[in-house]
Design a protein around this ligand. Structure first.
Ligand code: FAD
Length: 571
């Protein structure tokens, strides 16, 4: 019989398990081995917080595959509790160490193609008390088991979550659902710090409404048996602490083997996900990739990219090994697949709300040096006259030179992720706000409006670019705040909305009274129109412009954005 390719995969969860299955679909004769240092293969790490909350009742649902399942379906050998400790690239062998109850055994495994899919490891900051038994991380099934055991046996009452990113927030929600008193501590200005501040603040509100506390710009100095102590001396009662303060890629093995590491600390790969060694490919959280929008080198530790990269790396490894030999007829139609970078599209459930984003936030786009603008609006997820409409807050980020879409963020209850997914497709295709304004989205009253919120946001962006209805964004407002009396804050919301809170010294004229009261508006200052979520502000801008007002702009996102700005005098 012909020599069978030996494919060795280090890491057996998202990217590794996908790669193994793909290799088998390509090459029925390959000898495929997964080496996994943990006790489970292909488990649903994304589901861990939901088992803690109780939403996923059965722990067994998290075990997507078993070694037996891999063997019977794919003829893949899975070595659990086995750590790859060295790669000898010359002899094409990996030394692995298997732990059993009796001790550990080392052996060398030969490979023809090696796939690294080792993921990342949560960062444990150097804080006094971080090794205490009531301090946890949530990364694996055993991590989850330990948290649940602590909850069951110690009945903790006060949980502190250090880090307000995805996993921190999902787990904080799970703790709230379990009836614990929860505090989130975030070192940066807002939770979900990769998004624009306003979205983080909406999320913080969701936690506060449910009795949780959120500390931002807060560093943890010390963890004691009963409290988490912040840098400013605040002591937060804590008998359960979750540390979720970032993830670092597992590149030690690759580094030791002399493989090239990228600028971001992720393993460097080319567009075919090949490392600096021609017979080693890599995929998932451990690698450095390109942002599809800024082309900058980034690390995007998310399950979607990891799974697709696993598939691509596997395909390329198999094709590389077979090329030059007789390529089996069954794969002769395939060519190497390139990975074109990631958008970082993501979504998170926060109680009964959803937060989603794709591409770059306004802040990220500015940091990347792009000529950027943003528009934000609030609009119902479907026609207001059909029962149950819920507001969506939506931001489009785009290039001010050519209107090309750069990203989007959205927050609300229903229909948030479908808008973000639509923008993800638009970003992938390189579309502009002009394109988005023209796209036909599915419409019937229970699902959307005849102009979908995405169309409306695109109209706003187009109107802004042309100057027909200029929009002022949050960073421009921040600049204006240095001299707030130099502008006129024209609040066009109704009386009830205005009474809930408004900018001190703003002029209040509801939009429906504006025509009749136009003489009350001074003409010697730039005018910023404040509405609930942007739409009435647009009406006001158009009205005023036609009455000869020159410097008039609509505040993007209206009061929903403004109320979160620091430095405004609100009464
Ligand atoms: P992993 O899935 O982490 O797998 C790497 C494996 O390699 C590990 O099992 C590790 O034990 C093994 N390994 C490492 N080194 C060695 C070695 N030397 N020898 C042997 N084995 C080794 N992403 C989303 O997109 N959406 C979500 O909702 C989401 N929720 C998440 C919730 C939680 C609690 C967690 C932990 C992650 C979540 N993620 C989510 C992230 C997502 O799970 C990861 O991006 C994805 O699993 C990365 O896949 P990977 O294969 O690169 O790494």
């Amino acid at each position: 019989m012909e020599y069978a390719m030996k494919a060795l995969i280090i890491g057996g969860v998202a990217a590794g398990a996908t790669a193994a299955a793909r290799i088998r679909r390509l090459d029925e004769h390959a000898e495929i081995t997964i080496v996994e240092r943990g006790p489970y293969v292909s488990f649903a790490n994304c589901g861990l917080p939901y088992h803690i909350s109780g939403a996923i009742e059965k722990r067994s649902k998290l075990l997507v595959q078993t070694p037996e399942g891999f063997m019977s379906r794919y003829r893949v050998q899975v070595m659990l509790n086995t750590e790859a400790i060295a790669v000898n690239r010359n002899s094409k062998q990996v030394t692995v160490d298997t732990k059993t109850a009796e001790g550990s055994t080392e052996q060398a495994l030969a490979y023809d193609v090696l796939l690294l899919a080792q993921g990342g490891t949560p960062v444990f900051p150097n804080i006094e008390g971080i090794d205490a038994p009531h301090v946890f991380k949530l990364w694996t099934i055993p991590d989850m088991d330990k948290i649940l055991k602590h909850i069951k046996e110690q009945s903790p009452r006060n949980a502190v979550v250090i880090g307000g990113g995805f996993i921190g927030l999902e787990t904080a929600e799970a703790f709230v659902e379990r009836g614990l008193t929860v505090t989130i501590v975030e070192a940066l200005d807002h939770v979900m710090p990769q998004l624009d501040a306003v979205y983080g603040r909406h999320v913080e509100d969701q936690f506060k409404e449910r009795g949780a506390a959120v500390y931002t710009n807060a560093v943890v100095k010390k963890i004691t048996d009963t409290a988490v102590i912040l840098g400013n001396g605040t002591a937060i009662p804590a008998d359960l602490v979750l540390v979720s303060a970032g993830v670092k890629p597992n590149t030690e093995l690759a580094q030791k083997a002399g493989l090239e590491i990228g600028k971001t600390g992720g393993l460097a790969v080319d567009e075919f996900l090949r490392t600096s060694d021609p017979w080693i490919w890599a995929a998932g959280d451990m690698i450095e990739i390109e942002s599809k929008i800024s082309n900058a080198k980034v690390r995007i530790p998310l399950a979607g990219p990891a799974n697709r990269q696993g598939r691509i790396a596997a395909t390329n490894a198999v094709l590389a090994w077979h090329s030059g030999k007789s390529m089996p007829e069954s794969m002769s139609m395939l060519t190497p697949m390139s990975y074109k970078g990631a958008l970082g599209t993501s979504v998170i459930k926060i109680f009964d709300t959803t937060l989603a984003s794709t591409g770059l936030s306004f802040t990220q786009a500015k940091r990347a040096g792009l000529p950027v603008r943003e528009v934000s609006l609030i609009k119902g997820n479907h026609a207001g006259y059909y029962p149950g409409a819920e507001d969506i807050l939506l931001t489009l980020v785009y290039n001010e030179k050519n209107g090309r879409l750069l990203g989007a963020e959205a927050f609300g209850k229903q229909g948030v992720e479908k808008r973000i997914d639509a923008v993800a497709v638009a970003l992938h295709a390189g579309l502009t706000v002009y394109d988005l304004a023209e796209i036909d989205f599915a419409y019937a009253p229970p699902y959307s409006s005849a102009n979908d919120p995405l169309n409306m946001a695109a109209f706003m962006a187009v109107n802004n670019l042309s100057g027909y209805s200029p929009v002022i964004s949050m960073d421009e407002i921040e600049t204006s705040l240095k001299n707030p009396d130099a502008v006129l804050w024209l609040d066009v919301r109704n009386y009830g909305e205005y009474a809930k809170g408004h900018i001190k010294n703003s002029l209040h004229i509801p939009v429906d009274e504006l025509r009749d009261r136009i003489d009350e508006i001074p003409r010697d200052k730039p005018i910023y129109c404040i509405s609930v979520g942007g739409f009435e502000g647009h009406l006001a801008v158009r009205m005023l412009k036609q009455h000869g007002f020159k410097h008039v702009k609509n505040i993007s996102g209206g009061w929903s954005h403004l109320k979160f700005m620091r430095g405004l005098s609100i009464e």
